[in-house]
Design a protein. Structure first.
Length: 399
């Protein structure tokens, strides 16, 4: 688990370096706010296509080779981003990054292979903690590397550093990450993946509640991807923030993610259970979305709103993955987590486009308000559905 954590961490520091800079990098090439969302959409389309593919391949042939391949592609994508000389090339580089994003679902599958049901959420929290540390260190590093001149920012150096960190993560993974699937598990998965796709999906959805868990990936990604993509431009217009200011804000978000996912998520899910943790995360996300929309001229409200959003996402990410892995059969861990990542990617395709259109042509805050309404409705629906089902963890422990 430590080997996977360190490899993912180094790659995600690179992700944290470039993410706050991308909207400003795109504007450097004349992109509008709506065009900036194309970067997220391009990434998400290829994430959508490849997440399930990588999951199925890792079930059949092993986690390690797929994990290493995704890390290598990720390093190349960051390098290409730094070498981009036009907005079109920047989009293509982000599409390649989307292909490489399958490393997250594969890392989650590795953790699902090696953890007990009682420790599953805590294990998934390790990946979340890697995200948090990446968001803590990455934006701060990117803010330093971009330079102090807002009129002549250095966008290339941060991208090259991100690529170098991914290469180091790849080398570390090559020598330390071991295969987590036995030969017997691979043979079982191969026999199942030879079945028609309809039968495979029927097997995945044979437990009705899993559809709600996968649906939560779509809803959370749809509403939060707008914030993630448009947040730099929203703060620029409302507070006059630069890339460096944004880096400090992302570092604050990262600290919350690290604390919650690295230390608190295990005890919290053991206390309330994964299903209730999911509901708490959705409630915090809903409150944060509504509060951000009312925070344009009240910075104190903005700080509270960002804290609630960060807490919600910090709880949701490992809890969602834990619920999926606890519900799926062992031979379909990669496929089911990949399918969930596919729905997450689908949300990331439509969320930024929808939010960007409202941001540019209607009102800055309307995507946040509508996102809050969507999350609130889904929270009510999934609460009603989960009330009819026993604890997933208990049901998995039964013979």
């Amino acid at each position: 688990m430590l080997a996977v954590f360190l490899s993912i961490f180094l790659d995600l520091v690179g992700f944290g370096i470039i993410l706050p800079l991308l909207p400003f990098y795109a504007e450097h090439y004349g992109a509008t706010a709506f065009m900036v969302t194309w970067l997220a959409t391009g990434f998400s389309v290829f994430q959508l296509i490849f997440s399930a593919i990588w999951g199925r391949i890792s079930d059949r042939f092993g986690r390690r080779p797929v994990f290493l391949l995704c890390l290598a592609v990720s390093a190349g994508a960051y390098l290409w981003t730094g070498l981009a000389e036009s907005f079109a090339v920047l989009i293509l580089a982000r599409c390649v990054s989307g292909i490489a994003s399958g490393k997250i679902s594969v890392a989650q599958a590795i953790i699902a292979d090696i953890t007990t049901p009682e420790n599953r959420a805590k294990g998934m929290g390790m990946v979340g903690a890697a995200f948090g540390l990446g968001f803590t260190l990455g934006p701060a590093i990117g803010g330093l590397l971009v330079g102090n001149d807002p009129l002549n920012p250095d966008f290339q150096t941060p991208m090259f550093v991100a690529s170098g960190l991914s290469v180091i993560g790849l080398i570390l993974a090559f020598f330390t990450v071991k295969e987590s699937l036995s030969d017997e598990d691979k043979l079982t998965a191969r026999s199942q993946t030879k079945r028609p796709m309809k039968e495979q999906l029927q097997a995945i959805f044979s437990v009705p509640v899993i559809a709600w868990f996968i649906g939560s990936f779509f809803i959370v990604s749809f509403v939060f991807s707008q914030v993630e993509t448009l947040f730099p431009l929203w703060t620029e217009r409302n507070y006059g923030w630069t890339a460096k200011d944004l880096g400090y804000c992302f570092a604050y978000i990262g600290v919350i993610l690290v604390i919650v996912q690295g230390r608190l998520i295990g005890p919290f899910t053991n206390w309330v259970g994964e299903q209730k943790a999911l509901l708490v995360g959705l409630a915090l996300l809903t409150a944060g979305l509504f509060m951000v929309a009312s925070a344009a001229f009240h910075f104190s409200i903005f700080l509270v709103a960002i804290t609630l959003l960060s807490l919600g996402i910090a709880i949701l990410n490992p809890t969602q993955s834990a619920l999926i892995s606890l519900t799926a059969s062992k031979s379909q861990q990669g496929s089911t987590l990949g399918l969930a990542a596919t729905f997450s990617g689908l949300g990331r395709v439509f969320g930024p486009l929808w939010g960007g259109a409202f941001f540019d042509f209607v009102d800055y805050d309307l995507p946040l308000i509508i996102g809050g309404v969507i999350t609130l409705v889904f929270l009510c629906l999934i609460y009603r559905a989960l009330s009819a089902h026993p604890s997933v963890r208990k049901s998995k422990q039964q013979p």
